[in-house]
Design a protein around this ligand. Sequence first.
Ligand code: MN
Length: 239
Amino acid sequence: MDSALFISDIHLSKDEGETAGLFFDFLEMRAPSAHSLYILGDLFDAWAGDDDLSDPFNEQVIAALRRLSDSGVALSIMHGNRDFLMGQRFFEAAGAIFIPDPHVIEICGKKTLLTHGDALCIADTEYQSFRKMVRQPSWQSEFLAMPLSRRKEIISGLRAQSEQMKREKEGEIMDVDSAAAESLLKECGCSRMIHGHTHKPGRHELSGAERWVTGDWHPGRAIFLICEAGEISFLDASK
Ligand code: MN
């Protein structure tokens, strides 16, 4: 039966071998029987630019994605806030379709809006201004013009800063704003949203709509959504 799988926030990094192992197993054992796989952002914990494709860990991930897409599964990938610098070379190498954020698909009988989710965390004004800056083509071309090693240094500096800010901010500030979610759904004519980013898997009722949240992956919990026979449900790839 045709099924679609949705995952996000794997945060792949060579330092998290167990999580990477869960992901490779998922691509090899679970995903091939699906019709399509949607990765809704933050596949990688960091992406410094497509000139890092030859990093051995990145190569391993790309080869695994490629095997899946070559087997006939439609693989669609969206940028997250960690890996928004993944470019055309990455998508070509992985055999993946780039999907913009937000993106609308028809799935399980409903027009469904896919988004990473970070743009909907509007209470975090500090983050939103950072997001606006780094999504500008001029910022990106300037950044990508720096040597790869320098970019990696900057990224780990930003990472440390954002971990610190996360500790200081209230939980609600870091969550998706319901009103913002509802207005985006309305704008796109959808009654269902699937997103990641918040690392709070669940299903929420909005006025006349529903919001499904995929989870982050770590050893012991690797949540994915499956849409099959008109129903959506949560499964755990680590079990
Ligand atoms: Mn994220």
